[in-house]
Ligand binder design. Structure first.
Ligand code: PLP
Length: 409
C-alpha cells in the first residue's frame, strides 16, 4: 500500500509557503497529466469515448484549461460554469449541461452555447421550451434507477435522491421530447460518488444499455451516447486501493458489444474527483496548540476552505511537514465558530509546534470549490506546481473587499 507523501520535498514546500503565504491549495500539473493519461489510455478501446470533466470538482480556469488541452469536454451545471467554459473557448457539444431545478434562462445560456442538454425531470421540458431558443435537436435525460441501484452518503440512495427521472418515466419522457422536436438522443445517470467498487460502473452501464434497448423497441430511438456519469472513487485512506480503471473499461466494453453487436453508441463520462482529488493538497500553518480536555492543533485554514470532513465526516489523510518522530493523538481544527470545524478527530500525528506546515491530502476535488464565507472567513488561494518545478498562482486569496462587495450599508 503506497504511503501518502508530501506534494514536494519539505524544503520546497516551505519556500512556496514563504513566497505565497498560507493557507493555500497546491495542485500538481504532473499528477493531473498522469491521471488524465491513465483515464484516456484505459478507455482508448472505445470509439468516440469522451470525458466531460465535472467542473464543480475544481472550477479553476487553469485546471480546466489543462483538461481542455487534453481533449476533454466539460460537465457544467450552472450559468457560472457555462461562462467559465465560454471564457476558455469551450463550446458546443464539448459541454454536457447537467443541472437540476433548471430555469429557462439557464437552459437558454446552455442552448446558445450549443451544449448537450441533459434534462433532470419531465416537468423541466416546459422550462426548456420556455427558454426562447428552439427545442434542442439533441436531448438527454438523467435516469434515477431507484431501488435497482445502491448509492452512498455523498449522493444518497437513488430512491431518496432528488435527481433524475424514474424508470417508469423513461418512455413518456423521450416520447414527449420527440414530440417537441428532438431528433438525436442520449442517456445519463449518476448514482454514486467516490465509489471504490469496480463492479459498480459496469452494473450502471447494464442498467442504461437495458433502457437503450427498450427505447429502441418502444420508440425506435437509437441512442448516440450513453453517459455513465462520474463517481470514480479515490483512496482517501492509506489502506484503500486505487480503482482498476482498465478492468472497468474492459467490462463496460463487453457489455456494450453484447448489447449493441453492430453499432455501439459513444461512451461518455463525467469524472471529477478521480482526476483532481489526489492532485491537490490544502497547505496550512499551525497557529496555536491547545491543551484542554483534548489536545487541539489549530490551523490557519478552516472548514470554510474544506468542508468535506465537517459535512460528510469525510476522512482526509494529514501530514505534518516536520522531522518529528514522536506522535500524539490530536484533533486538527480550524478557527470557525462551529464545533464541526475539524479536519481530523483523535488522529495520531507527529508532535507539531506553532508555525509547522500541515498538509491535508486529496483535497484537489470538491475542496476549495465547496468553500464558503460563513463567519466572515475568506477562502484560500490556489497555486499550481508546474511540471518544470516552478509555481504559479492560479487564484488569489479572497480579500475583505471581496467579502464586502455585496453588502449594502
Ligand atoms: C458531481 C457530479 C459529477 C462528478 O462526480 P465525481 O464523483 O466528482 O466524479 C458528475 N456528474 C454530475 C451530474 C455531477 O453532479
Amino acid at each position: 500500500m503506497p504511503k501518502k507523501s508530501l506534494p514536494c520535498p519539505q524544503k520546497k514546500l516551505e519556500e512556496i509557503s514563504q513566497q505565497y503565504g498560507t493557507p493555500f491549495y497546491l495542485y500538481s500539473e504532473k499528477e493531473i497529466h498522469h491521471r488524465a493519461t491513465l483515464l484516456r489510455k484505459a478507455f482508448d478501446c472505445f470509439t468516440g469515448f469522451q470525458e466531460f470533466f465535472a467542473i464543480k470538482a475544481t472550477p479553476t480556469p487553469k485546471i480546466m484549461e489543462l483538461f481542455r488541452d487534453y481533449g476533454f469536454g466539460m460537465d457544467a451545471s450552472s450559468i457560472a460554469e457555462l461562462v467559465l467554459c465560454e471564457k476558455l473557448g469551450i463550446t458546443g457539444e464539448n459541454i454536457m449541461f447537467s443541472s437540476n431545478g433548471t430555469k429557462p434562462e439557464e437552459f437558454r445560456k446552455a442552448q446558445e452555447m450549443g451544449a448537450i442538454i441533459n434534462v433532470d425531470d419531465i416537468s423541466l421540458l416546459d422550462n426548456l421550451s420556455a427558454s426562447g431558443c428552439s427545442f434542442p435537436e439533441l436531448i438527454c435525460f438523467r435516469i434515477n434507477p431507484g431501488n435497482k441501484k445502491t448509492g452512498n452518503t455523498i449522493i444518497g440512495n437513488p430512491v431518496d435522491a432528488k435527481f433524475g427521472i424514474t424508470l417508469d418515466q423513461v418512455i413518456p419522457a423521450y416520447k414527449k421530447a420527440k414530440a417537441l422536436g428532438a431528433k438525436r438522443f442520449g442517456i445519463h445517470t449518476m448514482t454514486g460518488s467516490n465509489i471504490l467498487d469496480e463492479h459498480y460502473f459496469p452494473e450502471t452501464t447494464t442498467l442504461l444499455t437495458d433502457i437503450a434497448k427498450e427505447l429502441k423497441s418502444e420508440l425506435d430511438i437509437d441512442l448516440e451516447f450513453i453517459n455513465i456519469g462520474g463517481g470514480f472513487g479515490i483512496p482517501y485512506r492509506e489502506e484503500e486501493e486505487e480503482l482498476n480503471i482498465e478492468n472497468i473499461a474492459k467490462n463496460i466494453q463487453k457489455i456494450f458489444i453484447n448489447a449493441f453487436p453492430e453499432h455501439q453508441p459513444k461512451l461518455f463520462m463525467e469524472i471529477g474527483r478521480w482526476l483532481t482529488g489526489p492532485t491537490g493538497w490544502l497547505i496550512s500553518k499551525v497557529v496555536s496548540r491547545k491543551d484542554i480536555y483534548k489536545k487541539y492543533v489549530v490551523l490557519d485554514s478552516s472548514m470554510a476552505d474544506l468542508m468535506r470532513p465537517g459535512m460528510y465526516n469525510a476522512y482526509h489523510h494529514i501530514s505534518i511537514a516536520n522531522d518529528e518522530k514522536k506522535t500524539e493523538i490530536v484533533d486538527v481544527v480550524g478557527s470557525l465558530c462551529e464545533n464541526n470545524d475539524k479536519f481530523a478527530i483523535d488522529r495520531e500525528l507527529p508532535v507539531s509546534k506553532q508555525g509547522d506546515l500541515v498538509v491535508i491530502h486529496d483535497t484537489g476535488a470538491h475542496g476549495r470549490a465547496m468553500g464558503f464565507n460563513y463567519n466572515g472567513k475568506l477562502r484560500a488561494q490556489e497555486i499550481l506546481l508546474r511540471t518544470d518545478g516552478t509555481t504559479q498562482r492560479i487564484r488569489r486569496p479572497e480579500t475583505l473587499e471581496d467579502y464586502f462587495s455585496t453588502l449594502i450599508f
